[in-house]
Write a protein that binds this ligand. Structure first.
Ligand SMILES: [Zn+2]
Length: 288
């Protein structure tokens, strides 16, 4: 059985929206826009941008038989830092997603990469540059300290999460030589989607009932409205006129083909693990 351990937390500003994974030898010294564009192709970018001002992230280690199986960067939803986090029987860092109805994980992008040294650096290309000239150095030099720290955790010596400061510009540690797979993930709020002809529209103007059809929408002054041809009437706030099996539709949980059928998504984080032929399906920690 695997256990999860919160190793570290760090904060990012919305414009410092990423951590790029480099083999330790390839960590770039300075960030220029042109170089950053080139990195995008070659190296995996943990896309942590949430559009808010500042967010806390957690670095979570998945451990199986004293070996590091997986690393997750999670942006917990509705979660406050809890000093006792690693002393709890079960990590509660994903509760916020479930409380809000985000019960599915979806991979938004993923890539495979190779590490020749097995020494990985998670380097922020923006973070840190404002605070220190030596952010690359700081990031690389954190290797020894982090290796010791993680070794202790793998040996079962529990440690409180440490804080990674902005001036550190990221973090490095030794994992495994070889192939990795990394993915960015969103948490998704699943919706039940009805077929258009399963939904009835009850027009308030003439009380007629009709099967739903997207042609019933007409734009008036740039706003989408429900239009009744018989009465030549435009209706606003029309969600209330839609029924499925005579029941009003709750559009937070349901949608219709072609209308409000998009599921809400929010950033969950990134998952990185050495490539093996028995990689498990990606799921919430809480579902393990
Ligand atoms: Zn009508």
């Amino acid at each position: 059985m695997s256990i999860y351990h919160v190793w570290a937390r760090f904060n990012l500003y919305s414009f410092e929206d990423e951590l790029t994974i480099f083999d330790r030898r390839q960590v770039p010294p300075i960030e220029y826009d042109a170089i950053v564009t080139a990195y995008k192709q070659e190296f995996f970018k943990c896309d942590l941008h949430d559009g808010y001002s500042e967010t806390s992230y957690l670095v979570v280690l998945k451990i199986n038989k004293n070996k590091l199986e997986e690393l997750r960067l999670i942006q917990p939803l509705e979660w406050e830092y809890d000093e006792k986090i690693n002393k709890k029987e079960k990590l509660n860092i994903e509760d916020g997603f479930f409380d809000e109805g985000y019960t599915k994980l979806k991979i938004t992008n993923s890539m495979k990469f190779n590490s020749g040294t097995g020494k990985l650096s998670f380097r922020s290309l923006y973070q840190g540059s404002m605070y220190s000239d030596d952010v690359s150095e700081n990031c690389i030099n954190s290797l020894k300290k982090n290796d010791l720290d993680i070794k202790g955790i793998l040996a079962g010596l529990r440690k409180s999460p440490r804080f990674i400061g902005k001036e550190e510009g990221g973090f490095s540690f030794t994992w495994k030589k070889g192939e990795y797979e990394a993915s960015n993930l969103n948490a998704v709020m699943p919706k039940t989607i009805y077929k258009a002809d399963e939904v009835e529209v009850n027009f308030p103007c003439c009380s007629k009932n009709q099967k739903f059809n997207t042609n019933m929408f007409k734009s008036q002054w740039g706003i989408r409205k429900l239009y009744c041809e018989d009465c030549d009437k435009y209706h606003t706030n029309f969600d209330q006129y839609f029924t499925f099996q005579k029941e009003k539709i709750n559009f937070n949980q349901c949608g219709i083909d072609g209308y409000k059928d998009e599921e809400e998504e929010i950033i969950y984080g990134s998952i990185i693990r050495p490539l093996s032929n028995k990689n498990d399906k990606i799921d919430f920690i809480i579902n393990e």
